[in-house]
Design a protein around this ligand. Structure first.
Ligand code: MG
Ligand code: MG
Length: 290
């Protein structure tokens, strides 16, 4: 049986991917700067200003302001807020919180999108583990983004990593996505599922892979502000995201400025880092399509 060629998925040229990599490096720097500023007493508006300054100084365009009316450069989601929190001067971080920061930017019209979760001061071991397990699941998904693989191989890799790590809720209402000339494009990239399904991944595709994990039920609810998504059960959450390009050399993590965290690619081929270009591993032979 022939497999679908994913007609709706945008294929980027090497030059377009280079713009996305440039955008990705700006996003990485903005996220790092915001994460470095996380401390008790800092507001999420402070973090937003830091990220906006980094993006502006690099000559890139933040992707979030004005996106369906969103009013800021980052999303900042605290504790039981899962995603899409609006930065505010009145949202002040406290010791023991966890804050997820999500940021996107474009260069020459080509977008990159990434997110991370940071503990504020000292957090319980359970929360530190949640954060580490979410980041590892993200990297396991990135490592599965290979030409010739199927889209759900990524979803399966994320889910397997999560299930092996602990009893977490995997959010299903919000998922990863294609990315390129727009921030959100086809295909959706769920964070769970059986392997070997969906479109065949091809060189030039780019995807944002972003597991959202909850300590408890992953069911979500939208707050009255129209943006902030919280867990229905009140469980605290973590979110990691990277934009990855599918290349002949393997998955090219456009939003990474360093390699994966230690142990994040356990079970996958070792990572390679050269000149700020994170390629997860040399390409393997594609497996035959079904
Ligand atoms: Mg994002
Ligand atoms: Mg995204």
């Amino acid at each position: 049986m022939r497999t679908k060629r994913a007609p709706g998925v945008q294929i980027k040229t090497p030059a377009q991917l280079a713009f996305m990599h440039a955008a990705g490096q700006v996003v990485a720097a903005a996220l790092r700067a915001a994460a470095d500023a996380v401390a008790p007493g800092v507001s999420t508006a402070d973090l937003d200003a830091i990220a906006a300054a980094r993006i502006g100084a690099a000559g890139a365009i933040p992707s979030f302001p004005g996106y369906h009316g969103f009013p800021a450069t980052i999303c900042a989601s605290i504790n039981d807020e899962i995603v899409h929190g609006i930065p505010s001067a009145s949202r002040v971080l406290r010791d023991g919180d966890v804050v997820s920061i999500d940021c996107g930017a474009s260069v020459a019209g080509w977008h990159a999108d990434a997110a991370l979760t940071v503990p504020v001061g000292a957090v319980p071991a359970e929360l530190a583990k949640l954060i580490g397990d979410c980041e590892r699941a993200c990297w396991q998904g990135l490592a599965a983004a290979r030409a010739g693989a199927r889209l759900s191989d990524i979803s399966c890799a994320v889910e397997r990593s999560v299930r092996a790590a602990g009893e977490y809720g995997i959010v299903e209402d919000y998922v990863g996505h294609g990315i390129g000339s727009e921030m959100h494009m086809d295909p959706p990239v769920p964070n769970h599922g059986r392997p070997g399904r969906g479109p065949v991944l091809a060189e030039g595709m780019a995807l944002a892979i972003e597991p959202l994990l909850v300590l408890g039920s992953p069911d979500t609810r939208l707050l009255d502000d129209g943006w902030t998504v919280v867990s229905v059960g009140g469980g605290w959450s973590a979110h990691f995201e990277h934009t990855v390009a599918i290349t002949a050399e393997g998955p090219w993590v456009l939003t990474a400025s360093t390699g994966p965290p230690a142990g994040a690619l356990a079970g996958s081929p070792a990572g390679v880092l050269a000149g700020g270009q994170v390629i997860v591993a040399p390409a393997r032979q594609p497996h035959p399509a079904g």
